[in-house]
Design a binder for this molecule. Structure first.
Ligand code: PEP
Ligand code: MN
Length: 346
């Protein structure tokens, strides 16, 4: 249920409502609006009608049911778009289009540091790189693990770029959180509920990738697992879904962007690399994603794609990435999004 408080009232009235929600066995989640607070009461669906009694408490304007199965992720609870702060001065979900770039996997100090400098120069704001790789085959390169995290931290220290990296296993959450600025949940783990719950207890942004066969509703239910544990800093990533089409690695569901924008307040990022699987298709999907209204992109870039330990065919060379960013600025301008650091705007 959503408890809508009256405008400009004493905050003590809202706190009393929160306390009563807890007494009734529900968890209150407060959303601070410009002039009023809205409190989402989340818990066992079956007894929710008892919450209706809150309507008689002082300061309460109305109590309305949340119609969607996801609650905290829904626009009903939080009508304004959320901005997820990565570090002071850098947020995803604001006016600035945030581009994350880097190799699929961290392979060596030279590879990650060189790529970090190159993508930063081109206008990327966040460095990506996998240290734990969820590979389809157990015989494929599985990542450098903690050594990879240390190399990412080194690249961050050299460039100032925050780092995003994947956590595959719940037992590694604490380790990855020690290094990462954003923890990524891969497509194959979108419904690893034990992992999602642990990430919900962290005070770090989480980027959740859509499972390759997940519906948008299932995607949002997974985001809800993280939110329900108390972590509000969730970013959604559409990375292509599996269809009958084989010309591309996956099929980029570009309409997921406006659909998600209607259904949720969470920021939406597009991954054109895993969506297409082919370097020649990546730039056009970046432009399409911006036109569709995404808040950011995550793009694979490798200094020597032929020798990449994973996903070479879909990784842009630094020069191609820089060219793409210059053209992207035109699309960002058309979509009224800023892209500082590209085309002389910084
Ligand atoms: C990745 O980002 O390197 C990755 C493995 O992506 P996905 O989980 O979308 O396949
Ligand atoms: Mn990859």
């Amino acid at each position: 249920m959503i408890i809508v408080m009256q405008k400009n009232i004493d905050k003590a009235l809202s706190r009393a409502v929160e306390a009563r929600i807890r007494e009734l066995g529900y968890e209150p989640h407060v959303i601070h609006g410009e002039s009023r607070e809205v409190i989402g009461a989340v818990g066992d669906e079956r007894g929710k009608m008892v919450l209706q009694s809150l309507e008689s408490m002082p300061g309460v304007e109305k109590v309305v049911p949340i119609l969607k199965p996801y609650k905290l992720a829904s626009r009903e609870v939080c009508p304004e778009p959320s901005r997820v702060e990565i570090k002071p001065g850098l947020e995803i979900g604001g006016n600035e289009l945030i581009v994350m770039a880097g190799p699929c996997a961290v392979e060596s100090e030279e590879q990650i540091v060189q790529t970090a400098h190159a993508v930063k120069r081109a206008g990327a704001r966040i460095l990506r790189g996998g240290a734990f790789k969820p590979r389809t085959s157990p015989y494929s390169f599985q990542g450098l693990e903690e050594e990879g995290l240390k190399l990412l931290a080194m690249a961050r220290a050299e460039t100032g770029l925050p780092i995003i990296t994947e956590v595959v296993n719940p037992r590694d959450v604490e380790l990855v959180a020690r290094y990462a600025d954003i923890l990524q949940v891969g497509a194959r783990n979108m419904q690893n509920f034990a992992l999602l719950k642990m990430l919900g207890q962290l005070d770090k942004p989480i980027m959740l990738k859509r499972g390759m066969s997940a519906t948008i509703q299932e995607f949002l239910m997974s985001a809800e697992y993280i939110l329900a544990e108390g972590n509000r800093r969730v970013i959604l990533c559409e990375r292509g879904i599996r269809t009958f089409e084989t010309a591309t690695r996956n099929t980029l569901d570009i309409s997921a962007v406006p659909v998600l924008k209607e259904q949720t307040h969470l920021p939406v990022v597009i991954d054109p690399s895993h969506a297409t699987g082919h370097v020649s298709l990546v730039p056009s999907m970046c432009y399409a994603a911006v036109a569709a209204g995404c808040d950011g992109l995550i793009v694979e870039v490798h200094p020597d794609p032929e020798k990449a330990a994973s996903d070479g065919p879909q990784s842009l060379r630094p020069a191609a990435f820089a060219d793409m960013m210059i053209k992207l600025k035109l699309f960002a301008d058309a979509a009224d999004r800023s892209l500082p650091g590209v085309g002389g705007s910084l």
